[in-house]
Every structure is written in C-alpha cells, then in structure tokens.
Write a protein that binds this ligand. Structure first.
Ligand code: PMP
Length: 380
C-alpha cells in the first residue's frame, strides 16, 4: 500500500517505537510512586514533558498530557467556559468536530456560541473575530491548520487581538505541529492542543498546553476527577510509554523540519503535475504559503470519490475527513468554503509524509488517474 493519508494519522517513526519499547520494559512503575522504580519512570516522563515544552516554546509546568486532541479540545473549551453564568464563545465553521461539537454542547448548556464563516480558501478573517468579541466572551477557539483543506489560519494575528481584549485564545494545532513552526508566544495562544499520532508518535496520547498566566488566574475545570495527576487537571495514571514515545516524536520533528516541508511540497508538486497530464481535476485547497506543505484536496469532475477509492487498490487516501467518512454526510468544511455538492462528492484528500518517496507520489498519481479517467463515463 502507498500510504498518502497523513492527515488522518501517521506511521510511527522507528525512533518512537524504540523509545516506547524501552519505556514498556524499563518504566513500568507508576510515575507517581516514590520508590526508585517509580522515580525512574517519573524522570522519563518529565524528560518527555521537557521535550514537548521546548518544542512549542512553553514551560514544563504548562504541559498537560491527555489521551489526544479530542480530549485536549474538550478540556480546553469546557475547562475555561465553566458551568454557571452564561458566557460567549467564538469559533469557526471549519474546526474539527471535537471543537464544534464541544461548542454545541456548551450551547445546549445555555452558553452562546458564534461560529464565524470562512472565505473560499477556508480562512477566517481576524477582523471578524475582533468584531465578534463581547464583554462576556470567555474564549476564542481557532485551529492552526485545517484537516481537510490544509488552510493555515492567521492565528498570530488573532492572538494579538484577543490578547489586547483580554480574552483567552485556544488553538487546535493538531494539523500544524508536524510541518509548521509552533511557538505559543509567537502565536499569542493561551491554550494549544495536539495529538501524538499525527506526528509519527503513538495514538491515544496528546498534549494540552495551558499558559500559566491563564491557570494562575482561573484554573481550568477538569473533565476527569481522581488521583490529582497532571497538577489536578487530568486525573489518571499516565500512559507512560505513550508519553515517552511522544517525547521521542517531537525530538525527531525538531530537527530538519524546514527541509522536510520543502521536500513534501516537492512531492505534492510532482504528484499534481503527473496527475494533470493524465486526468482533469480541480483543486479544493491551495498549494501556496497559506496552506500545509504536504496536503492537497482535489475533485475529479463527475466522479464519485467513495467509489473511486474502492477501486484504487493499494492506495490509502481519503474522501474529506476520515473522522466524517462513516457519517456519509457531506463535509462541513467543504460546504463552508462554498463547494457545490457535486464537487464535494468527487473530492479526495491526499497527504504526503516522512516515508513517502518520489516514486510513491508518481505511482499514486497514475493509479488514481487510471480509475478517475474511466469513472465519469460509467456514472454518466
Ligand atoms: N483536531 C484536528 C484538526 C484533527 O485533524 C483531529 C484528528 N482528525 C483531531 C482534532 C482529533 O484528534 P484525535 O482523534 O487524535 O483525538
């Protein structure tokens, strides 16, 4: 199989697997235990915490390990917008469901939510964020990069204005941390989420960054109560091996990220030009600086993408977001950028990664083109 679905998840880097094997073998003790074995596990967890903190320019005390971005997004949003007096939240129409559905649950609990539209590239206008702010706004949540159309949001610009207004800013950075420089101070965020498995780390582990300036003022309300781990923010014995694996994953990423971004953009260009020679398609995402370097979303006119994927053996790509594909409903992101239902039906998401070769990109283009070229005739 040629795996070109790195926005859904990434294969584990061998260095991560090695670190996890070590952890599973030698760091089995509970990192909260005061005996020597516990202290050894604790030290490795803290080393990982330090690596994650450095990776995003945060302090170690600002890193909370979670089970992934879904939990991190839930904790950030429900943790800040506490029950009680109704408050207001601002987000965008293209967020992941773990943000949008969390906001919907707040709405059901009596809070108000403003969901801002995006332009045809999927980008939110910082001016509209500013205009949406109210005296009772408790939180703004804007993603770093989109998981379907790869749009990079102007988070730093939004951070400057939320900071000036004294409103906390949360950023779901799940799709950006692997290929964009992420520095919490430069972005101006108070909360930031990501998952291990999108950056060649393990599944079931993630990070929520909570700025000390925020938690000192008003500690987040935890989702999980219990043993007081993670400074009371997230109870439960840490998934030590996964945390250590995540530490290794950010260690690998921290070296050579820029060169890798250039290489990935090159693979994408190669793929697209090869494809263009063989079959007509339209781009649903951009390939310039305002987009992730390794991803592209495109539609084959007249083709049913679901059918197409069934027929392209040995190629792992996706239609819209993998999280949505069981739902069988048209992608909320593609609708938000204004695509017609026909174009959404024909849309395919392709994302390259660390182990993708030039040959993979070319082979994938030929395989997709071969099926796409005969599809429209059949459905006509
Ligand atoms: N946010 C974004 C932008 C994502 O792409 C994903 C994964 N599709 C998530 C959140 C959820 O991550 P996880 O499934 O690891 O909890």
């Amino acid at each position: 199989t040629i795996y070109l679905d790195h926005q859904a998840t990434t294969p584990m880097d061998p260095a991560v697997a090695e670190a996890m094997t070590f952890a599973a073998t030698h760091c089995y003790a509970n990192p909260s235990s005061p005996h020597a074995a516990g202290i050894r596990a604790f030290r490795e967890v803290e080393r990982a915490r330090g690596a994650v903190a450095r990776f995003i320019g945060a302090g170690r005390s600002e890193i909370c390990f979670t089970s992934g971005a879904t939990e991190g997004n839930n904790l950030a949003i429900k943790g800040v917008v506490r029950p009680g007096a109704a408050r207001h939240v601002v987000t965008t129409a293209v967020e992941h469901k773990s943000v949008l559905d969390t906001c919907r649950s707040l709405r059901e609990a009596g809070h108000e939510v403003t969901v801002l539209p995006v332009d045809e590239e999927g980008r939110v206008d910082p001016g509209q964020v500013a205009a949406a702010l109210r005296p009772d706004t408790a939180l703004v949540s804007v993603m770093l990069a989109n998981n379907e159309v790869a749009t990079v949001q102007p988070v730093a610009e939004i951070g400057a204005l939320t900071r000036a207004a004294g409103v906390p800013l949360h950023c779901d950075a799940t799709q950006g941390v692997g290929s964009l420089p992420v520095d919490v101070a430069a972005l101006g965020v108070d909360l930031l989420t990501f998952s291990g498995h999108k950056i060649y780390g393990p599944k079931g582990v993630g990070v929520l960054y909570v700025a000390n300036r925020l938690s000192d003022r008003a500690p987040l309300v935890p989702l999980l109560h219990g043993g007081g781990q993670e400074r009371g923010l997230r109870a439960g014995t840490l998934n030590t091996a996964a945390v250590i694996g995540l530490g290794a994953a950010v260690g690998v990423l921290a070296t050579g990220r820029e060169a890798e971004a250039v290489r990935l953009a090159g693979l994408r260009a190669r793929f697209l030009s090869e494809l263009a020679d063989l079959v007509p398609y339209v781009l649903n995402s951009g390939t310039g600086p305002g987009f992730l370097p390794h991803a592209v979303n495109l539609s084959f006119p007249g083709v049913d993408a679901q059918q197409l994927l069934l027929e392209v053996a040995d190629l792992a790509v996706s239609t819209g977001s993998a999280c949505n594909s069981s739902a069988q409903e048209p992608s909320h992101v593609l609708r938000a950028i204004g695509l017609a239902p026909e174009r959404i039906r024909g849309s395919v998401r392709i994302s390259f990664g660390r182990f993708t070769t030039e040959a993979d990109a070319a082979t994938a283009a030929r395989a997709l083109a071969a099926v796409a070229a005969r599809e429209p005739a059949r459905s006509a």
